[in-house]
Design a protein around this ligand. Sequence first.
Ligand code: TRP
Length: 491
Amino acid sequence: MEERKGFGTNFGFLMAAVGSAVGLGNIWGFPNKMGASGGFTFLIIYLILAVLCGFIVMVGELAIGRKTGKGAVEAYHVLSKKFKWMGWMGILSAFFILFFYCALGGYCIKYVVLNVGDLFGAGFGSNALAAVADANGTSVGAEVFGAFLGNPTEAIIYGLIFVAITMIIVIGGIGGGIEKVCSVGMPALFVMLVICIIRSCTLEGASEGLKYMFVPGWALANGVIKEAPDFFSVVSTAGGQMFFSLSLGMAAMITYGSYLDKKENLQKNAIIIVMMDTLVALMAGLCVIPGRFALDPTGKLGGPSLLFVTMQNVFDRMGAAGPIFGILFYLLVVFAAVSSSISLLEAVVAHFVDKARDEGKGDKRKLYSLIGAIGAGILCVIVCLDALGNAGISPADILGMRVDPSDEVPTWSADWLDFFDCIAEGILMPLGALLMSIMYGWELGPEVVHAEATREGQKFGAYGWFRICIKYITPLAMLLVLYGQIKEFFF
Ligand code: TRP
């Protein structure tokens, strides 16, 4: 039988896992939520949750994968009688996220091209739109994004390019594709981020952004938000953000763990992944938020509009060097998105590749990567056609929930991106992590993780802590997150 090939080095594994974790969630989710939910206070709550749940579930998922050496479906199947179907749930949420991730990744490629156009004053840049923005009293960023959303063909082409890039890397396999790309891409991302932070934080007026991010209560006192969120909603926002950001509850870390060498230290790796992800989220904040406060003080602070309207305005107003920083920034976002999307596709593909190999059908990685990419591509097209709910084909429109275009509808129905996100991030992910902690805490017993983490004599100093968390604290916290997410997305 053919051998199942894993990561060549622990550094390669780390870069791939950090790459999976670092993504759009870090760039447009974390800084904005931190600013709106109490700055430093939010950061501390986030860190506590990361220690109580994020780290625990991370070790648990890596252990499931490495112990079984299988993709998520088989891994749960081998481990548990009661929860053997859970792998499917993980794969499903990975697949759902992939649809809109690819659409957004495509948008990012478009903005790299746009800024190249601006650099050379070419027609595909945003220059032509400056006059339109003046005439309409809007901004260049708003005009660029509006025009782009109004032209789904362009969005589809870029989305499919992104799907193709993801597929080609996954076809290369773990060591040959994913590890190689992430080992170069992640350090490059880091360097680009540092350059962008220096530019952003030295703009005049940048300090307002730093206050927004770090000073508790600043956003409320300065009218950036209207109402202070209550403690409960801060905790559930932080918990939801953390899980999404760490790629937990969606089969991805189980799959990467299954390719990890038996002699590596699970506890150490989990700590590094959690720390790096949080560090990059903070750095992403230092890059985007001061820019917004300095150059586009009324721009949106989170979500797609932050990336595609506010940030483009920032580069537009930066003067001659704007397009250069624009290229650097959007390229960095493309790297972050690609390194996440490959782990999403890999989580889906690994199961089928393993199955074919175990049945003696040989290496079918190419075939399954292609099938997975076609599936993701088709749904990515729907997300692109929907143009973030602006094209009249959103779930709310189809179900007749919106009589007047200005009617407020629940988040899940506002557009297809949110629809897929709500199912995955709102339900499947917290549920997956909740059930996983119940499986370890109550069905198999935490000893299983201890045995796996220390199988070649590695240290697992946090085991006492892990035991208490996985049995009591993590499930409770996950219930809270589940409740918060459902409330936010569906009501
Ligand atoms: N962590 C990614 C981000 O911050 C998004 C994500 C969520 C993800 N779940 C995932 C990536 C699973 C890969 C696998 O943007």
